[in-house]
Design a protein. Structure first.
Length: 344
């Protein structure tokens, strides 16, 4: 078969296998779930697919196997924006040869649960990934109807729980700042209704006590920049911390603004940290030290689990953390006069 023949008809798995120098079974495995293939093999298959512009014939597969080649991802119609999780999950599904339908469902946990049952009963989808929790009784019914993975990262109100509420990065930031010489800390907390805010506050308190540091206080905020400004304004003149641990980047931006109102330099007089790694943080003056949360990886993990369930295989273990501390200009060593033992 020459290049003209290939151009006249749709490329097949056999064409991809021949060009990549692998078996058709290997190409099929890649299209369904590429885990376990050697990097060199993956690269050859991917290059062959691109060169031939190969696309899986999901209609033919459905006729042969009675499978649709389609997966559904259900996302809540709420203020929470799961776009990064959705991007990671969709990319993983597409790489395995599946089409993805994104379904939005509002009305709370019961309405979402009923919508999921409708999707499961429709016969249109081989599996369903829900980025929102469902009622436990409904979850049992879902598992009887289809392969389903329910996100365990949010509560009924779409507030983060589980791994996303892990406060370990707060601990690591305080430890590093203490190594730099910081000893007086302030925490501007998020809304206490959120497990993540409570965990970060407790992590802060425990770490400050464990390291023998001084806490000038905890300001109970609400995730807003205004709460960051208010926290700094509330401090007595002689209670300036050398480091402020803010609940998120917006709060941290408010802290920086409040510090400048009081004539305090960041990071010369106080270091400031945030959380979320929002895009504007790297362009602030100074650029903001923060915690990056790999939501794409979270989506990939969930979709990988769903595909493994479809293939009746064990999902690959992935113990990598979702968090990465991004150190930037808003944190530095404290000034000599602010180091322990000096009269402030």
């Amino acid at each position: 078969m020459d290049g003209a023949d290939t151009a006249r008809r749709r490329p097949t798995i056999t064409d991809v296998a021949r060009l990549a120098g692998v078996s058709p079974q290997t190409v099929s495995r890649y299209l369904r779930f590429n885990g376990g293939l050697k990097p060199a093999t993956l690269e050859r298959v991917e290059n062959a697919i691109r060169e031939l512009d190969y696309r899986p014939n999901l209609v033919a597969r459905s006729m042969r196997t009675r499978k649709t080649g389609r997966l559904a991802i259900l996302m809540p119609a709420m203020a929470f924006n799961p776009s990064r999780m959705l991007a990671g999950a969709s990319a993983t599904a597409h790489a395995a040869g599946y089409f993805v339908d994104v379904v939005s469902a509002g009305g709370g946990v019961r309405a979402r649960s009923e919508r999921l049952l409708e999707l499961a009963d429709s016969g249109q989808f081989e599996g369903i990934l829900s980025l929102a929790p469902v009622l436990p009784a409904m979850e049992n019914k879902l598992h009887q109807r289809t392969t389903v993975v329910i996100s365990a990262d949010f509560d009924d109100e779409m507030r983060v729980i589980g791994e996303l509420a892990d406060a370990t990065p707060i601990v690591r930031m305080i430890e590093h700042l203490a190594e730099l010489g910081h000893s007086q800390f302030l925490h501007v907390a998020g809304d206490a209704q959120f497990a993540s805010a409570r965990a970060r506050k407790q992590g802060y308190l425990d770490t400050v006590e464990r390291l023998g540091l001084e806490s000038v206080g905890v300001f109970d905020g609400d995730w807003s920049g205004e709460s960051g400004i208010a926290a700094i304004r509330s401090l007595p003149n002689r209670a300036r911390p050398t480091a402020v641990i803010a609940a998120n980047d917006l709060v941290a931006a408010g802290v920086v603004r409040g510090a400048r109102e009081r004539g305090w330099d960041v990071p010369g007089d106080i270091s400031v940290t945030g959380w979320d790694n929002v895009g504007v943080g790297q362009f602030m003056t100074p650029s903001l030290t923060t915690v990056d949360v790999d939501l794409e990886r979270l989506g990939r993990r969930a979709m990988t689990k769903l595909i493994a369930g479809l293939l009746d295989t064990a999902p690959e273990a992935n113990g990598e953390t979702l968090f990465r501390i991004v150190w930037r200009e808003s944190t530095a060593e404290p000034s000599p006069e602010d180091r322990p033992g000096r009269d402030r």
